[in-house]
Design a protein around this ligand. Structure first.
Ligand SMILES: [Zn+2]
Length: 403
């Protein structure tokens, strides 16, 4: 039996006001003041749930500067809400408060495109999704089954740059959960979910050669730029059907009359399978050794895969089927397709927890100034989530209590 409210019972006006208010707060991943303001607003909103709300410090993250030196990259605090942590059945709900629009970007506030379409930073990705999550939980709390399900909510502050400061927290919160729901916007404006996803990794390679005068003693030099260029071509040659490699930025060099002793190469990989991911790691180690030998430079490697490829196993497929069934009951036709994008769903799936990671709003043009939210989807997607959560509270995944 399902007791969740009909869609007419959701407070559409309250959801819209939250999205508009939150969209007007700049939360570029590097804007710590904006993120703190957003976290305070979210703490207030999620305080309506019967649990504890806490701010968690970001994990330290080291990055590589253009000169090859390591530095600490600051991040905002994450928000964690815990409701009924003693419950046998528990799930994880995740979202992110950061956006890709920095504090000095021209795109800062929402505006109407037409009566049902709101344009604004984060309205779809994913401040709208956070409103969907919150109101689904508020509706679920009104059902008789609420007492039988506990849940943790994580809203991190660094998803758009790879969740390096929240990865460990995600893994910690995923442990012991029977399922997870993540509130990225639907993969398509019609509400289609993202199913399997490829993975991603980011690397910085610092080359150190030997400086020399280009005229007097060039043969004494060891050219770091040439070594980096050689690596770029060899990396590109590693591309296969199940992995692409994008050499993205080469920094370093010296004056025209100097053999350059320094370079930093940045590149991204997109493995489609665990096999491809692991194969690349082995190939890269071999390549770096070869480059060091062939060019008599040192090549120091930083970074790696941050989001492993996300496969949909049998347990995860059951969760997709549940979402579709709940859609049928609500008159919503829910489909799915694989995606080339990545999100925290990759990291949750890597913990062995079934996850549907596009439970958020319908909308589109995300990560651009054309980003839009189809406003009526706030309520329809909240109704969908509330029903899925209620079904999970009834034990429909039939997985028993996780060890
Ligand atoms: Zn997102």
């Amino acid at each position: 039996m399902t007791m969740t409210k009909p869609t007419s019972a959701f407070d559409a006006a309250a959801m819209l006001t939250q999205v508009q208010t939150w969209s007007a707060i700049n939360t570029g991943t590097a804007n710590l003041a904006g993120l703190a303001e957003q976290a305070a607003a979210l703490a207030g909103a999620f305080g309506a749930l019967p649990g504890t709300v806490e701010r968690v410090d970001p994990a330290p993250v080291t990055a590589i500067a253009a000169d090859g030196s390591a530095f600490d990259k600051p991040h905002g605090q994450h928000l964690v809400v815990r409701v009924r942590p003693q419950a046998n059945r528990r799930i994880l709900l995740t979202g992110h408060m950061d956006t890709v629009f920095p504090a000095d970007h021209a795109f800062q506030s929402p505006r109407w495109l037409d009566a049902e379409t709101l344009n604004g930073p984060g309205v779809a990705d994913m401040k709208g999704g956070i409103a969907v999550m919150l109101h689904a939980l508020l509706a679920f709390e009104q059902t008789p089954d609420a007492a039988s399900l506990g849940y943790d909510v994580l809203i991190n502050a660094d998803e758009e740059t790879g969740s390096l400061a929240s990865n460990a927290l995600i893994a910690q919160l995923a442990a012991g959960k029977l399922a997870a729901l993540t509130y990225e916007p639907a993969a398509l404006p019609d509400g289609t979910l993202a199913h399997e996803r490829g993975g991603t990794g980011n690397y910085s390679i610092t080359f150190t050669g030997k400086s020399a005068h280009a005229g007097r003693n060039p043969h004494d030099g060891r050219n770091a730029i040439v070594a980096a260029a050689d690596l770029i071509l060899r990396l590109k040659a590693l591309e296969r059907e199940d992995i692409t490699i994008n050499p993205a930025k080469l920094e370093g060099g010296a004056a025209n009359n100097v053999v350059p002793d320094h370079a930093v190469l940045r590149f991204n990989i997109r493995p489609k399978s665990t096999t491809a991911m692991e194969g690349f790691e082995r190939d890269l180690s071999t390549l770096l050794g070869d480059i060091e030998t062939d060019h008599q430079v040192t090549a120091h490697r930083h970074g790696g895969v941050t989001r492993p490829p996300k496969k949909v196993d049998a347990a995860a497929q059951k969760l997709f089927d549940l979402v579709r069934q709940c859609g049928v009951e609500l008159g919503q036709d829910i489909r799915w397709q694989s995606s080339g994008g990545v999100c925290d769903g990759n990291n949750i799936a890597a913990c062995g927890v079934p996850v549907v990671d596009t439970m958020g709003v319908r909308g589109g043009a995300i990560q651009s100034p054309q980003e839009y939210l189809i406003v009526p989807s706030l309520v329809t997607r909240a109704a969908l989530s509330a029903r899925v959560i209620e079904r999970l509270s009834q034990g429909v995944l039939n997985q028993g209590t996780p060890a």
